[in-house]
Design a protein around this ligand. Structure first.
Ligand code: DHB
Ligand code: MG
Length: 223
């Protein structure tokens, strides 16, 4: 793509101005994460609003996120919860988890969010075992190579109507012919095939364009 803001990014900003009021907690979250040197790969503002709306639409009370980063999407998701709702979010990097916890505290959401530090490969089974109720919504946004493993694990604690969402499953189209040196593309393609073949789900992949380039969100509903 040519240099300068592309049309999709310009339209993303248009949509944000029209419909996405980020506010100080979210802009502060991005600013603090940047200051702390975290990689800037959080969902866009519009994608955050979509997560928030999906959580509200299903009346989510129990949300699980895998891949916290600086807590940006966690703020969006937690804001969709009722007062007695709970979000558990898993982050592999202890330093990122600390930044996220501070951002969630500044957003006034510490009371309903638990940030679990450590590789989700290690922490997820316990989180699933300990959950007091099925997850109404699960958002996968961590290391793509483990999406399949995370998916299999979270399916132990869902109910009819639960939503499973997964970020980055199109990856600029690289999933069509994954290269050996891009394991994330191969893993995303495998994940998409997995949810397609799973008779417990009905699913779609939503292509997305905008400030983060071209990617996609998998949206699956438990039958
Ligand atoms: C990457 C990860 C993400 O979750 C994302 O939204 C974009 C890029 C990455 O690892 O490259
Ligand atoms: Mg992502």
């Amino acid at each position: 793509m040519a240099d300068g803001p592309d049309l999709f990014s310009v339209l993303d900003r248009y949509i944000d101005d029209l419909l996405v009021a980020e506010g100080e907690a979210l802009t502060g979250c991005v600013r603090e994460a940047r200051k702390a040197g975290l990689p800037e790969m959080q969902v866009s503002a519009g994608q955050g609003k979509l997560l928030y709306l999906l959580a509200k639409m299903v009346g989510a009370r129990r949300i699980l996120e895998i891949g916290t980063l600086g807590g940006y999407s966690a703020i969006w998701l937690a804001r969709a919860l009722p007062d007695d709702g709970r979000l558990v979010t898993l982050e592999a990097q202890a330093r990122f988890a600390e930044v996220a916890a501070a951002n969630l505290a500044r957003a006034g959401l510490s009371g309903r969010v638990e940030v679990v530090a450590g590789s989700a490969v290690d922490t997820l089974p316990g989180v699933v075992d300990r959950a007091d109720a099925p997850f109404d919504l699960v958002f996968l946004d961590a290391d793509k190579v483990n999406y399949g493993a995370y998916f299999a694990e979270v399916m132990r604690k869902v109910r009819s109507g639960s939503l499973i969402l997964a970020d980055n499953v199109i990856r600029k189209g690289t999933i069509l012919a994954p290269r050996d040196d891009d394991p994330s593309a191969g893993a995303a393609r495998t994940f998409n095939a997995m949810i397609a073949a799973d008779q417990r789900l009905e699913a779609i992949v939503l292509q997305q364009v905008g400030v983060k380039g071209h990617d996609g969100l998998a949206i699956a509903r438990v039958r």
